[in-house]
Design a protein around this ligand. Structure first.
Ligand code: ADP
Ligand code: MG
Length: 395
């Protein structure tokens, strides 16, 4: 997939291919971005804090309203033709493949009582898929926003995000938290989204790296390890078990300064040692989000770097969701003078982020490429993370 071009050229192309597919033009075109998370990983299903930004890469959908109960779905990014369903017909991954994501959004909207009576949808994305950059949330959020407009549902952004998450949890079968959908729906240009996943309150934190001579790089390792499939759910149930043993509803309720005592109590109660590690990671990463926000508010942006690297160590050693390729990005970048680096997203492959001084961009990029070449890995994709707008209607 290519980098995003000017918005208008993509819209004309998408409109033309929609018309070729469905015989008439769309009612509109919508876009929803992928994201990277600066810090706060595996915290969103623990009612914790996260700090994502939207990427310039988006999933676009040209869409038209229908009233006859038909749902027609097409993606220019996957082989195969138009997937046809009835709006009240459950989609399955085995039968309908990728279309289970947008069909799941339709189902989530309808089950919430919203009168979605059919649609023709045609997608095209510049978000790399399976790279930990949330192409799935971009797909769901673009769908949800298009349907919200087409059927004049008047949903607020957090409601859209919750319905999109519900689609992924219940109808796709991925037990993700709400960060990705909230990032895609609620991020704004030039900002990080400081999100409290307990009540979905948000604040926009200015993140203008250019004026400070800084840059955030995304390094897409282009690997996905199979291990990731069950591991996410295992971390999630481990965290829930930890909270239960401590008599808490979620790990969010555990204050950072009570962590050492809580870890002792878990061990004394016979909790599995992995649960102790998971609790330490989640409570530590919640704290790191708050530290990073405080540093940003104080204008001490360079000091964010070491907190990112500390977060990576916690994901690698306590949560154990990293992999050799992600660890290599972090070590090679830091050795070449990066301010800090960490894996971002669910791990087991996917992407890392690297905070650098602008002037070190070439040296750090070259060092990461060299390290990958000498380890025999295929070259990673490297691009700057520019904080971009959240989901929106384009025409
Ligand atoms: P990530 O969200 O990190 O990119 P996921 O595994 O959660 O990875 O989601 C990737 C899946 O989402 C793809 O395998 C595909 O089924 C679906 N998907 C994402 N973007 C598109 C697209 N533009 N067209 C069709 N399917 C897509
Ligand atoms: Mg995803």
């Amino acid at each position: 997939m290519t980098a995003d071009g000017p918005e208008s050229s993509g819209v004309a192309e998408l409109t033309a291919s929609f018309t070729a597919l469905y015989g008439t033009g769309p009612d509109g075109v919508w876009a929803a971005p992928g994201r990277v998370n600066l810090i706060g990983e595996y915290t969103d299903f623990n009612d914790g804090f996260v700090l994502p930004l939207a990427l310039p890469h988006t999933t676009r959908v040209a869409a038209a309203r229908r009233t006859d109960g038909e749902l027609r779905l097409h993606s220019a990014d996957v082989p195969g033709g138009v997937v046809r369903l009835r709006v009240d017909e459950p989609a399955s991954r085995s039968e309908h493949g990728w279309a289970v994501y947008p069909a799941g959004v339709v189902r989530a909207l309808r089950e919430a009582g919203h009168p979605v009576t059919g649609a023709d949808l045609h997608f095209r994305s510049t978000v790399p898929t399976g790279a930990g950059l949330s192409s799935s949330a971009a797909l769901e959020t673009a769908t949800a926003l298009a349907l919200d407009d087409l059927f004049e549902l008047g949903l607020r952004r957090p409601e859209l995000a919750l319905l999109a998450q519900r689609a992924e949890n219940e109808f796709v079968g991925v037990p993700c938290g709400v960060m990705d959908q909230m990032a895609s729906a609620c991020c704004t240009e030039g900002h990080l989204l400081h999100l409290d996943t307990r009540d979905l309150t948000t604040s926009q934190i200015p993140f203008d790296l250019t004026s400070l001579g800084l840059r955030l790089l995304v390094v897409d390792t282009r690997v996905t390890h199979q291990l990731g499939d069950g591991a996410y759910a295992e971390r999630r149930s481990g965290c829930e078990a930890g909270a239960r043993t401590l008599g808490l509803r979620t790990l969010r309720e555990l204050p950072y300064d009570e962590l050492p005592d809580a870890l002792e109590r878990l061990t004394a109660a016979g909790a599995h040692e992995s649960v102790v590690r998971y609790v330490r990671h989640v409570v530590g990463d919640n704290r790191r989000v708050e530290r990073v926000v405080a540093l940003l508010e104080a204008g001490e942006v360079r000091a964010v770097g070491p907190v990112l690297t500390e977060g990576h160590a916690s994901l690698r050693d306590d949560l154990r969701v990293s992999c050799p390729e992600l660890d290599l990005v972090v070590s090679a970048a830091n050795e070449a003078g990066a301010l800090g680096a960490r894996m971002t997203g669910g791990g087991f492959g996917g992407s890392a982020i690297v905070l650098i001084r602008e002037r070190d961009a070439d040296a750090v990029t070259a060092a990461v490429l060299r390290a990958f070449a000498s380890a025999g890995h295929r070259p990673p994709g490297i691009f700057p993370a520019v904080p971009s707008p959240g989901a929106r209607r384009l025409v």
